[in-house]
Design a protein around this ligand. Structure first.
Ligand SMILES: [Zn+2]
Length: 272
């Protein structure tokens, strides 16, 4: 399936049914059986008895237009469908659909939390042509928020650094990550996070790739770096354990859909 061609202004008429990414709180409406989930393909949500509180045009995926919608709190899933958490849909929803679902969730969640102006407190309204909310009183525009976070694999010869975050399941290890602070370059954020969390200095910071992460509005920017100096000293708060691992000696790693795992797999591919 091709990826989404984004759009903001809804087409005036659509001859074919569209894909509706409808959220009830943070759960997505899907037609699901045991192993696969599908997005409802309908002309409007009223067709399945749902009344959206808000609806946003997202763009076109192949021949289908896509919409994000927020359904009322009391809404019940139509027969044959369920509302399911996004994380649980990893793997059971096609990758392109999952990406659009993440985008849909971020837009719905942004609209819910930007009903009032952050400057003067008056109600906001839809902007006609941009993905924005506009304050009717003072004109302040609010756009969907994206929070960049860096994630980095640190190499030392045939070994690389893995750490256990205090929030991870007991045996899970991953590479280091953290949010970018105002005024920082991505490379500065990488060096600072690694210094703060495990006390080492890195160099040769190289871009790997990126992944939108809709929990709730991150963009993970992946890097690799080389160990330059220092011994591992975990901060003991965010990171509770860390060490150098070789391809022959690995703990439990993150899910394969995450960029952290893709960076790890790329390293392992080069050193096996
Ligand atoms: Zn205002």
């Amino acid at each position: 399936m091709p990826s989404l061609i984004p759009g903001v202004i809804s087409p005036s008429s659509s001859p074919r049914p569209s894909l509706f990414f409808a959220f009830h709180n943070d759960r997505l409406l899907v037609e699901a059986d045991r192993s696969t989930a599908r997005i409802p393909c309908i002309r409007e949500l009223a067709e399945v008895g749902l009344e959206p509180v808000s609806q946003h045009y997202l763009g076109r995926l192949g021949q289908r237009h896509c919409f994000a919608a927020d359904v009322a709190r009391k809404a019940k899933a139509p027969d044959g469908m369920i509302f399911q958490g996004l994380r649980r849909l990893f793997g059971s929803l096609e990758e392109e659909l999952f990406q659009v679902a993440g985008r849909a969730f971020q837009i719905v969640d942004w609209e819910r939390t930007h009903q009032f102006c952050g400057r003067c407190g008056k109600p906001t309204r839809h902007h006609d042509t941009d993905r924005a909310r506009e304050c009717a009183a003072c004109g302040l525009l609010s756009f969907p928020r994206v929070s960049p976070a860096v994630i980095c694999l640190v190499e030392r010869g045939r070994e690389f650094l893995l750490a256990r975050n205090a929030r991870f399941p007991k045996s899970r290890y991953s590479i280091l990550a953290g949010f970018v602070e105002p005024g920082e370059t991505l490379e500065e954020a990488v060096a600072r996070e690694i210094r703060e969390e495990v006390g080492i200095e890195v160099g040769n910071i190289r871009y790997f790739g990126s992944q939108p992460w809709p929990f709730p509005h991150s963009l993970m920017v992946g890097f690799t770096a080389r160990h330059e100096s220092g011994e591992i000293r975990v901060d003991g708060e965010e990171i509770v354990d860390a060490g150098w691992y070789s391809p022959e000696n690995l703990p439990e790693l993150p899910d394969s859909i995450s960029i952290s795992r893709q960076i790890i797999d790329s390293f392992l591919g080069r050193h096996r």
